[in-house]
Design a protein around this ligand. Structure first.
Ligand SMILES: NC(=O)c1ccc[n+]([C@@H]2O[C@H](COP(=O)([O-])OP(=O)(O)OC[C@H]3O[C@@H](n4cnc5c(N)ncnc54)[C@H](OP(=O)(O)O)[C@@H]3O)[C@@H](O)[C@H]2O)c1
Length: 339
């Protein structure tokens, strides 16, 4: 079989305003790179699409630099090393790295992490054992300081972070785990398959009323993935000294004119803690997280939810689909079969 010569790469073609469209992206054909000293070439097999990528499409300073027009997009990916000039990362190694959105990635070997795809499938390193899993774990246990017997509310509960946050809360002894998601099917899945005590569809009637009905004793911990109206509704239901871990605000990412939170004064009367966090500040917890999560997986205590979109040519469809809520659990683009 002759060596592949074409490397398909997704670029940002234009900065989206509001909800992105397919025209904001471009798939180009480049040549397959060659490894120089200390470098590896990875044939990508799976890549992640994340809400944070939407933020990087805006030309604003943030914790990661914005994507540049006419330049490749980036993001988590797992693949197999096919060319190496690094003894530490030989040809055949499975690696996790940050240059998805392309068939072949050229990286410094020190920028990849070898993973064991015999222990867990490649996609797990982008989800349950990867960044979203650590986000759920650190957000719930370190930021919100969840204690046994507390009531937890998780918005965006049927997504990558939310499905794990809910299950971790249950396994760490929460008294009541309540979730919200955007369809009846997702609500059913949360309760019947993931063990949430109750869940509601935030598109189906008043959020405030539904949340009130499901939390008769109030909320001790709110794990906020969406912001906006659900944050307002949760503030009304928070108990004294409750903690809110602000993980994401996906209801606002495509709404440049989103309105603010109108009831923040409840922070004072209820002595609440509202803390934003970034998973990258919690990398020190990775080992403890992987150990505990691996145990739960081995014992069958955590259900892994993943949605796959096949083909790098459909990566943008997968990204837009994730923003629209077409994913159950982690949205993964399958680029190639495992080597
Ligand atoms: N702080 C950190 O370090 C960190 C790390 C990772 C992720 N995050 C944040 O965590 C959140 C979840 O990320 P994820 O990777 O797990 O994504 P995800 O939940 O797997 O996918 C995004 C989900 O957002 C929901 N959504 C879309 N528009 C919405 C709206 N207007 N209101 C409510 N929900 C909406 C959709 O589900 P529905 O069908 O339910 O609408 C969709 O499936 C995001 O806000 C992300 O930015 C933060």
């Amino acid at each position: 079989m002759s060596a592949p010569t074409v490397n398909r790469v997704w670029q940002l073609a234009a900065r989206p305003t509001g909800f992105p469209s397919g025209d904001d992206f471009r798939l180009i054909e480049d040549s397959v790179p060659k490894a120089g000293p200390g470098q590896v070439v990875v044939r990508n097999e799976v890549m992640s699409v994340d809400p944070a990528m939407r933020g990087r499409m805006n030309d604003v300073p943030s914790y990661t630099p914005p994507f540049q027009i006419d330049q490749p997009l980036e993001g988590g990916a797992v693949g197999t090393v096919v060319d190496s000039q690094s003894p530490e990362v030989p040809v055949g190694a499975s690696v996790l790295h940050g240059l998805g959105w392309r068939d072949y990635a050229l990286l410094e070997a020190k920028h990849v992490r070898v993973v064991d795809t015999a222990l867990a499938p490649a996609s797990a390193y982008l989800g349950v054992l990867g960044m979203p899993g650590l986000t759920a774990y650190a957000g719930l246990l370190d930021v919100a300081r969840l204690r046994p017997d507390e009531t937890v509310f998780i918005s965006g509960a049927a997504g990558a972070v939310g499905t794990l946050a809910g299950q971790i809360a249950r396994l760490r002894g929460a008294r009541l785990v309540i979730g919200s998601a955007g369809s009846a099917e997702k609500v059913r899945y949360l309760v019947e398959d993931l063990g949430f005590d109750a869940a509601f569809n935030y598109k189906d009637g008043s959020i405030r009323t539904q949340l009130k009905q499901l939390t008769p004793d109030g909320i001790d911990v709110y794990f906020d993935n969406v912001g906006g109206e659900q944050l307002e509704a949760a503030l009304f239901r928070m108990n004294l000294h409750g903690r809110i871990a602000v993980c994401g605000a996906i209801s606002q990412y495509n709404e440049p004119d989103a309105t603010g939170i109108r009831n923040l004064s409840l922070l004072i009367s209820k002595r609440l803690t509202l803390q934003g966090f970034l998973v990258l500040d919690h990398w020190g917890r990775r080992e403890a997280f992987v150990e505990e999560m691996s145990g739960w997986l081995r014992e069958g205590q955590v259900t892994v939810a993943e949605t796959f979109v096949d083909g790098i040519e459909h990566a943008v469809d997968g990204f837009l689909g994730m923003l629209r809520g077409q994913n159950l659990g982690k949205m993964i683009i399958r680029i190639a079969d495992a080597a």
